[in-house]
Design a protein. Structure first.
Length: 187
């Protein structure tokens, strides 16, 4: 049993007969009244995100997990295939358990969290950002950098991301994998 002081990003807990992963948390100490922890939890079974507030000192059931580095091999519609970098065993994960699966490029290394009780994968943690090439977008116009206007661009993985107007086909861009947003152009 853990308590609210042990809550951290990425922690997997049992709550309401399901397993949730903490994606955001905030310890709040109001001037009046007891402290509490405000959390945003994501279900690892159905991907649903809920907000929950735990009173300070509340006991939580922590799920014992193991993290390993895996390399993304390929996908076929609803399933993604990964290979363990240590023992070369392969694992199959449903598309719904991956945040922004369209940003995964073949050969990309990810961290997979596995429940040690039943050896089922709980979630896939991608790198903080990925560098991808733009395969299709409208041509850029010189001088269109003064505004925050954007246009859609198709990346090499098939993902569509809004990018600034000066981005052209063939440019490499850095994408934030947590939000699926453009960060910068790579030269």
């Amino acid at each position: 049993m853990a308590s609210t002081s042990d809550i951290r990003k990425g922690l997997c807990i049992k709550y309401n007969h399901d397993i949730f992963k903490v994606i955001e948390f905030l310890h709040v100490k109001p001037g009046k009244g007891p402290a509490f922890v405000r959390t945003k939890l994501k279900s690892v079974t159905n991907g649903k995100v809920i907000d929950n507030t735990f009173p300070s000192g509340h006991k939580i059931d922590e799920v014992k997990v193991m993290t390993s580095q895996y390399q993304f091999l390929y996908n076929d519609s609803d399933y993604y295939y990964f290979m363990n970098n240590d023992d070369y065993n392969q694992i199959t994960i449903e598309k719904s358990k991956i945040d922004y699966p369209d940003l995964l490029k073949e050969g990309e290394n990810v961290t997979i969290i596995i429940n040690t009780e039943d050896n089922n994968p709980l979630s896939v943690d991608m790198p903080l950002n990925v560098t991808l090439e733009v395969t299709h977008t409208e041509p850029g116009v010189k001088g269109n950098t003064a505004t925050n206007a954007t246009k859609p661009a198709t990346l090499e993985t098939g993902a569509i991301v809004n990018v600034p107007l000066f981005i052209n086909e063939g440019d490499k861009v850095k994408i934030d994998t947590e939000k699926g947003q453009y960060l910068e152009r790579i030269k």
